[in-house]
Write a new protein. Sequence first.
Length: 84
Amino acid sequence: MMVECNRTLEQARRDLAQGLLRSAALLRVPMQRQAWHVHLAGARGDAGLLLDVSTLQPQVFRSLDQAVAVLEQIGFRCDQLRVA
């Protein structure tokens, strides 16, 4: 069973530093061509979206470049983009 665990940027930084985050993915916002969410997967089977700290709603990025920049701010290395 997957547990939902949304995080703010600061929480994601902390959790990555503590080894509590395993990976991240960029997900297209449903029914929008140029809008993306950051999906964070925890080391203990938890997963959730990156939240906007001011609204506590899922943060929406208008470009892949913006989303990748935030992944790098969290501390992830982004060297390639894979498409399935």
